[in-house]
Design a protein around this ligand. Sequence first.
Ligand code: GLU
Length: 473
Amino acid sequence: MTSLIRTRIAPSPTGFLHLGTARTALYSWAFARHFGGQFILRIEDTDVARSTQESVEQILQSMKWLGLAYDEGPIYQMQRLQRYHEVVEQMIAAGTAYRCWCTPAELDEMREQQKARGEKTRYDGRWRPVPGKVLPAPPAGVKPVVRFANPLHGVVTWDDLVKGPISISNEEIDDLIILRPAPDDALPGSLGIPTYNFAVVVDDWDMRITHVFRGDEHINNTPWQINIYRALGAAVPAFGHCPIILGDDGLKLSKRRGAVSVTAYEEGGYLPEAMLNYLARLGWSHGDDELFTQEQMVQWFDGTHLAKSPAQWDPAKLAWVNAQYIKQADDARLATLVQQQLHRRGLAVAHDATLVVQCALFKDRCSTTVELADWVALYHAAPEPSEEERAQLVTEAVVPALRALRERLASCEWTKEGVAAALKQTLGEFGLKMPALAMPLRLLVCGRVQTPSVDAVLALFAREEALKRLRGV
Ligand code: GLU
């Protein structure tokens, strides 16, 4: 019988939910769902100086927006300090961890000397208890850290779900700090803070995590973590390290190279299902499928077909994916999103039948709901056509026809059909072809010459507003 699959995502609340973390969250979620397992959210908030409540809220909001529902959590590491201390004490008693009283100055000196000898810098094990070794008396006034007694020899090996077999010699890695004392200004009785590599193991162990998907910046941490699992007599989960996401310049996707937070894409008018679809393909494939539902992803995602090499963030492709989802999206839902976008611009627009029809009319030509909001905004703020375009299109030859059209529009039936009839009659009266009239008309009413069918666009205006924009001719 296979054990219950349990995965987790463990973001640090030191900023927004990064796209790379969102992708590993998606993989962890889909993997758990595929196998009928559970997915857990843990907030790794032990970096007290950099963690913020605002960031926690952003992360929770982004998970919710993406629709990645978790079965347990959020679990906060800072609420588990007692547990880390308990495990540390057990490890000290078992001889797999020890206190180290080295001061920062001593560690600096150690490193300098190693560098001078051309050696790799590492902790030299001076406080590590070894049978027969006499340790110095702990210096007064120094609060010790606790270090993990990493095995001195042997090789750590795991079969990475993404990268395949990986081996690191224990001789390459030193005795990692697993617990730091509470800072001097902490309240009396405050507990020391575990380091990432230790807390992550205790948590994944306690939470019975079977598979860990995370970014490959953690590959170097994994040997320590595996050794700690072994020291605890705990089952080691399977690891899958996903390559970083590159920006379109081939360098690591970072804030300096455009938006990296999920929130920025929410605000930028992307639909969550499009984001998930795009993120899924960024490092995983199912044949040539580019567009798929979440149900299909869950059905297909079994931890295989994960890309070994870094994927490149491609804004044009994301825009294309989003456009496909916008085309299929329910018009009333789009109206809600457009209303939010316009609200951000300080434009209060009612969610009514007109807004819904406007969304239906323009959605096929939009990559984001921001673009859709740009179209809808045309109905609310009169555009200012450039003098140049105006001179080019609103010529003396066409002005009489525009005036005649304005007269007809003032009294015709105010529907797409009514507007179409007024246009047709005017074209007939002046012997003009549709573009000769439609182009200046679009420019005057919408401020741009490319729009969907002009009768449909016009009929969605309040008649008075449309006439007002034609009054200047
Ligand atoms: N807090 C770590 C991070 O955000 C978690 C890494 C892991 O999944 O183990 O990178």
